[in-house]
Design a protein around this ligand. Structure first.
Ligand code: G1P
Length: 289
């Protein structure tokens, strides 16, 4: 079956990026010339997903506005003959359909996904965590969609992390049945260093069967007192219906300052107009510091 919907939870506070995010959603911070959330939506679009469900709160309407037309701006650009920019801003409004769902209380990632219950109905759907940016030869979530279609099971994306970072992620325990493909036996949300079953961390990309909604409805608060998606996934693992795929590509955690700043440079260096000057400035700068 064709999967068309992707849930992107965006109602979090973004405390890791304060004070930058005091009045701006963390998803709207720019990475080079686009807000973080645009990279995530582009990944969804290039993977064939057409309907983006933002799980939103009252203060974050500008996220959905970014994916709508801005007619006043378009008139200004048209009159000024700035056709390149005009096309660029229009294109963003035409990427995907936007569906907005309110998360009235921030009770965790699992709760955010549960808020989309009426929208996803009985169809499988994707989830993308807005802080995790993935870049590579093929779009991140497409790698999972391809496996989910072939295997007709739920699939989550994982990457190996250093042993001292396992406590920042959901970690899987699984059997590798083909290169980079795992049958998940169990999962644990943010285990203590030294207590993780592996170093394979969930990296914010999921393709899920609709049964997950029922499991979320019965979840008690878990790690950090929040309704965890990882805990609901345990139920799928228990019935042998959860796979994990080791994702290919480069990942940036936009909520981590080193990753955020590196991502800015990574994208700016891909712009031919900036490449040479930026490289020279960075070289000079690094010699001085
Ligand atoms: C969430 C998930 C966690 C996953 C992580 C990836 O955690 O709960 O399992 O590894 O996203 O970014 P959060 O970063 O929202 O605390």
């Amino acid at each position: 079956m064709q999967i068309s919907k992707v849930i992107i939870p965006v109602a979090g506070w973004g405390t890791r990026s304060l004070p930058a995010t005091k009045n701006i959603p963390k998803e709207m911070l720019p990475i080079y010339n686009k807000p973080v959330v645009q990279y995530v939506v582009e990944e969804a679009m290039y993977s064939g997903l057409t309907d983006v469900v933002f799980i939103n709160n009252r203060d974050k309407k500008i996220i959905e506005d970014h994916f709508d037309y801005n007619l006043a701006l378009e008139i200004v650009l048209e009159r000024a003959g700035k056709t390149g920019l005009l096309e660029e801003v229009r294109k963003v409004a035409e990427m995907v359909n936007i569906i907005s769902v309110r998360q009235k209380k921030q009770l965790g990632l699992g709760h955010a996904v549960l808020c989309a219950k009426e929208v996803v109905k009985n169809d499988p759907f994707a989830v993308m965590v807005g802080d995790d940016l993935m870049f590579g030869p093929d779009p991140g979530i497409k790698q999972l969609l391809d496996v989910a279609k072939d295997e007709k099971l739920s699939v989550i994306g994982v990457m190996e992390v250093p042993p001292d970072k396992v406590n920042r992620y959901g970690i899987i325990d699984g059997d590798e049945f083909a290169p980079g493909m795992y049958r998940v036996r169990d999962l644990v949300e943010k285990p203590k260093v030294g207590e993780a079953p592996s170093r394979l961390a969930i990296v914010g990309r999921y393709v899920l069967a609709p049964e997950i909604i029922g499991h979320l409805e019965t979840q008690e608060p878990g790690h950090g007192g929040e309704i965890q998606l990882t805990d609901a996934l345990k139920e799928l693992a228990r019935s042998n219906s959860l796979l994990a795929v080791r994702m290919r590509g480069q990942r940036f955690d936009a909520g981590d300052w080193v990753d955020y700043l590196t991502a800015n440079i990574y994208f700016a260096l891909q712009d031919d107009q900036l490449h040479d000057d930026l490289k020279m400035r960075l070289k000079d700068f690094l010699q001085l510091h």
